[in-house]
Design a binder for this molecule. Structure first.
Ligand SMILES: NC(=O)c1ccc[n+]([C@@H]2O[C@H](COP(=O)([O-])OP(=O)(O)OC[C@H]3O[C@@H](n4cnc5c(N)ncnc54)[C@H](O)[C@@H]3O)[C@@H](O)[C@H]2O)c1
Ligand SMILES: [Zn+2]
Ligand SMILES: [Zn+2]
Length: 366
């Protein structure tokens, strides 16, 4: 079938809206009509080259839609199901899955990072030449074919716009607070970066009962946005940020500090903003090959923990329905996360707005 998709031909060249060919779902695959796709910074890393990928590629990894058709052997979903898309499917059987680290599952990593389906081929093409899929999802397109492992069915009372955000920002951020850090009630939390991910960390910290939640960003506009999601304090990033965080936390530093940007320099600052015995959680994706300079002497003597958080240490089949339920009960304000809705043709504008720092999350709808 013919579809409309945003295509990245090379880093630095704006996304082009193209008509592509999408082959039917093969064994174990699912054709999804995409309803909504979030404007996540991880796709932008392809544009800057911070994340390298085969091109041409259709980005988009924060999506939800309706199952149109399934290939042979598909058991997880059927036509008509509403699904949120999971960009890091887990097999349930590998070392990491068996050791309760499903976000580290290594069964599908090869084909996913090659931009193909599990069999090493693409369903997307243009004029007979392959077009690659980012994170197996390629949901900056009106339709996509994905492995069934990427489909998490959700109840139809959850808007697909909200389901899309559960597919990345919410699971990454709320999960970083609840699963990775296991934030304790009453604790102090600082969050660097108040984008879709950082705001979701703030929501997760609030759900966990954190006492003080300090948001740090470079954009003034993020102050009110962060407060609306539960930040108790807001700081503009600057040379005095660490001392301000210490002042707010009894002179010690925060119990948990999250980095939700992806900048090595900020990751270093996060360590300084963490109290002795506290935890730094790195959720931002820094450029491949970049290095972060963390002083081992301080980590040892002050017993600080530094951990990464990938996809919120999530198990999407477990966590997507949980977040949907918290949304339904008014405990996660995911409608507020959607600050602006775009058409696919506006994708370059949507990313300019993301970089402009005025939005919580932009969303492309079809
Ligand atoms: N760990 C994961 O599994 C995972 C999943 C999704 C996204 N990510 C990554 O998380 C990061 C954030 O994603 P997002 O979609 O929320 O991005 P975003 O662009 O919406 O938000 C980033 C925020 O950081 C702020 N910022 C930029 N520089 C800053 C600085 N020096 N100090 C303080 N604030 C600063 C920006 O103003 C913006 O508000 C990206 O690196 C993205 O790739 C990681
Ligand atoms: Zn994302
Ligand atoms: Zn696995």
């Amino acid at each position: 079938m013919k579809i409309h998709a945003a295509v990245l031909y090379a880093p630095g060249i704006p996304f082009a809206i193209e008509t592509l060919d999408l082959a039917p779902p093969q064994a174990g695959e699912v054709l999804v009509r995409v309803a909504a796709a979030g404007v996540c910074h991880s796709d932008w890393h392809l544009m800057t080259g911070a994340t390298q990928h085969a091109t041409p590629v259709v980005p988009g990894h924060e999506g939800a839609g309706v199952v149109v058709a399934v290939g042979p052997g598909v058991t997880r979903v059927r036509a008509g199901d509403h699904v949120a898309l999971n960009w890091a499917p887990n097999c349930g059987a590998c070392f990491y899955c068996l050791h309760e680290r499903p976000s580290l599952c290594d069964t599908y990593i090869g084909p996913i990072w090659a931009g193909t389906m599990m069999d090493g081929t693409t369903r997307l093409s243009k004029d007979g030449a392959p077009v690659y899929a980012f994170s197996a999802l390629a949901c900056f397109a009106d339709h996509t074919v994905v492995p069934q492992e990427c489909c998490v069915p959700l109840s139809k009372d959850i808007p697909l716009s909200v389901a899309a955000l559960i597919g990345c920002a919410v699971t990454t951020g709320v999960g970083a607070a609840l699963n990775t850090a296991r934030v304790k009630p009453g604790s102090s939390v600082a969050v660097y970066g108040a984008g879709g991910v950082g705001l979701s960390v703030i929501m997760g910290a609030q759900l966990a009962g954190a006492g003080r939640i300090i948001a740090v960003d470079t954009h003034e506009a993020k102050g009110d946005i962060a407060r609306a999601f539960g930040a108790t304090d807001v700081l503009m990033a600057g040379p005095d940020t660490v001392s301000a965080i210490r002042e707010m936390t009894g002179g010690r530093g925060a119990d948990y500090v999250f980095e939700a940007i992806g900048l090595p320099q900020v990751q270093e600052e996060c360590l300084a903003a963490t109290r002795p015995g506290g935890m730094v959680v790195l959720a931002g994706i820094s450029p491949v090959g970049s290095a972060t300079n963390l002083p081992g002497a301080i980590i040892t003597r002050q017993e600080k923990t530094v951990t990464g958080s990938y996809y919120g240490s999530a198990n999407p089949a477990r966590d997507f329905p949980l977040y949907a339920d918290l949304y339904r009960r008014g405990r996660l304000d995911l409608d507020r996360l959607i600050s602006r809705v775009y058409r696919l043709e506006q994708i370059n504008e949507a990313y300019a707005d993301m970089l402009g720092g005025e939005l919580a999350r932009g969303l492309i709808t079809f």
